[in-house]
Design a protein around this ligand. Structure first.
Ligand code: G3H
Ligand code: 13P
Ligand code: ZN
Length: 334
């Protein structure tokens, strides 16, 4: 049986993005795979009154089951209200959809937004696939994110050795032909906790930490110029907080030279046409750091609630920090 996202209390991204572009801030797009992550996201967004995009990846669907995740997102709306958030602005989004069939099934199942990631396809095939998804999704008022340009690293099944920046000269034609609602671009970000190889970075002589090269803001600017006011999306935008990396490494973990996107660059992007910033790895790091630290302090604990509670608290702190200090989305969904 088909269900509309509207019956679940969810919203699509249309109005949310229009406001974000105009207001010079970005909407957080947080991936979730389990209850603790979702609780932390909802608590952080309810407290800060931030609109939010809950993202479901292929990995999440394999891990947690798509049906369960959808009902959890529906529950998130009710939970948000219970926390005193009168009008929660929550989007349920398919992250990196890789086929028309998958996007269609998510639209039919109550998702309010889908991404069709045709970025690894030849240009014309990406256009055709995206257009097909948009045709179906728009009939149901579901918004569609597309991608042009390939991020380095692994994007579910989509992989590329090198980062191919989005070509500004292609974006007008792509958006016109596909009628997509937002566009994910490649300007040097990538997925995961190792966004740059040490040889791509310099080292801070004082701390010995890797300093990554800057994002290609010139490419972003050129895209903005071609598509004034059009919603742009940044994937791979975790900053890989070094405090978490240090805690993990000090407590039996091994994450050598993990490095992310410096927050000041994300702050700068959020003030531009970038209106959706994807963060997944930072949540994984927050959770792992808290759990490793907990086990080091309390080796006798074996009730998952004992170590998942501090993990949830750490994730909530991290989400709040992003909303308040990086994206500027606080107070935008009262
Ligand atoms: O796009 C990448 C996201 O971080 C999701 O990753 O497929 O391992 O859940 P995942
Ligand atoms: P990170 O790995 O940087 O958190 O990126 C997540 C992402 O882009 C999900 O689509
Ligand atoms: Zn992504």
């Amino acid at each position: 049986m088909k269900v509309s996202f509207k019956d679940l209390g969810l919203v699509n991204t249309r109005e949310m993005f229009a406001k974000a572009v105009k207001g010079g801030y970005a909407i957080p797009a947080f991936n979730f795979n389990n209850m603790e992550q979702l609780q932390a996201i909802v608590q952080a967004c309810a407290e800060t009154k931030s609109p939010v995009i809950l993202q479901v990846s292929k990995g999440a669907r394999n891990y947690a089951n798509q049906t369960l995740l959808r009902y959890m997102a529906q529950g998130a709306v009710e939970y948000a209200k219970e926390l005193g958030w009168k009008r929660p602005q929550i989007v349920l989004h398919l992250d990196h959809g890789d086929s028309y069939e998958l996007c269609k099934s998510c639209v039919d199942f109550g998702f309010s937004s889908v991404m069709i990631d045709g970025s690894a396809l030849p240009y014309d095939e990406n256009v055709a696939l995206t257009r097909k998804v948009v045709n179906y999704a728009h009939k149901h008022d579901v918004t569609v994110e597309a991608e042009l340009g390939v991020l380095a690293g692994v994007e579910d099944e989509v992989s590329s050795e090198v980062s191919h920046y989005t070509k500004p000269e292609e974006v007008i034609d792509f958006v016109k032909k596909t009628k997509c609602d937002s566009l994910a671009i490649s300007i040097g970000t990538s997925h995961g906790a190792y966004k740059f190889k040490p040889e791509q970075c310099t080292r801070d002589p004082k701390t010995g930490r890797l300093v990554p090269p800057p994002l290609a803001f010139d490419v972003l600017k050129a895209i903005e110029k071609k598509l004034p006011g059009f919603p742009i999306v940044l994937h791979g935008s975790s900053s890989v907080p070094q405090e978490y990396v240090d805690i993990i490494n000090a407590n039996g973990g091994k994450l050598p030279d993990a490095v992310g996107i410096p927050e000041e660059q994300l702050r700068k992007a959020a003030k531009s046409a970038v209106c959706k910033i994807n963060i997944d790895s930072d949540s994984r790091l927050a959770m792992t750091a808290a759990i490793r630290q907990h086990f080091a302090e309390y080796p006798g604990h074996f009730d998952p609630r004992q170590y998942l509670k501090p993990a949830r608290e750490e994730m909530k702190k991290m989400y709040e920090h992003k909303i308040l200090n990086v994206l500027g989305s606080n107070g935008k969904a009262r």
